[in-house]
Design a binder for this molecule. Sequence first.
Ligand code: PLP
Length: 400
Amino acid sequence: SKRWSHVQKGPEDPILGVTVAFNKDTSPSKINLGVGAYRDDNNKPYVLEAVKKAEKKIFEANVDHEYAPIVGVASFNNAAAVLALGEDNSYIKEKKITTVQTISGTGALRVAAEFFGRFLPGVTAYVPNPTWGNHNVIFADSKVPVKSYSYYNPSNCGLNFEGMIKDIQAAPAGSIILLHACAHNPTGVDPTHEQWKKISQVCKEKEHFVLFDFAYQGFASGSPEEDAYAVRLFVEDGHLIGLCQSFAKNFGLYGERIGAFSLLANSAEEAAVLESQLKILIRPMYSNPPVYGARVVSSILSNKELTQQWRSEVKLMADRIIDMRTSLVKYLKQHGSTKDWSHITNQIGMFCFTGLTPEQVDRLASEFHVYLTRNGRISIAGITSKNVEYLAKAIHSVTK
Ligand code: PLP
């Protein structure tokens, strides 16, 4: 039958390509800097002790496997909102917020995009240039027009703040502005507190709708509160934000697909109206979300001791990442590099835009068995105290 003969093979994900090349390499010194998940100093996936304890409690409670409501597990939704917005947030207290559990951060963004496609038809979503590749596709697939605003400045591997402000100002009033709340992926470049204030003010003046993608709370600085700075500032400034949360990185629950989407509203009544439409939208997509990850996160965040343990473990992960940044720069200098590598330590989170050219990236792979995407992005999670010096030597070799 010729039924599918018109279907052409699509291109592979560029990050997947890095892993395929890495797996083929038989060198014992090979390094994979394409991984999008945390690794410990032995290059192993890390299961948080807080998660293990929560799992034990859940197992011992002999829970059933009934369906969750369309919006997910209520105790999780509340805990997610509190974690992002803070204990005494008035929107939560006065129920001027709706939170739905989603299929991790991607699912939160997809639900958000579907909601905009339906209720803000034709309104363009602006994403940073560059951004996490999935943003563009999620909006496009949900029939939300998508454009970008200036973000990264390649000349200093930092933020193009003026360009960013100019583009946000030039966007039609009432546009959707997507902001990475912290640990911008793929650049690792975040605005300063002062810059966030200005961004908030400009978005306010233009009556833009701000959607935060919050995939790394606690994972960037080690403090969930510090990482929530921008989100809480915008809420204080009176923005009725949209918020997409992921618990993949900060709880190490990648494959459990646990996330949340929230919308702030003018009143409790409005929040209920918004929720009713989110339910109508979610029901034909996946009916209701899986319960396991929600149970794990809510049992941690509803228990003081486990919350404390989670905080120390998320800090441990963040600190290891920060240490590896410092260590990489130290060895680059030690091996004679005179280039300015300060952006490596100025940037934050799992990813770093090194400024390496595609040709240098190719040489790293062919000569040194070091694998990363050709845009020069490295995942710091792939660096350990054992391979950091080798990596520094390799980077120095291809950049001198
Ligand atoms: N948003 C950003 C910026 C990300 O980097 C990621 C993951 O890499 C996500 C969202 C969503 O990830 P997940 O769907 O695994 O929660």
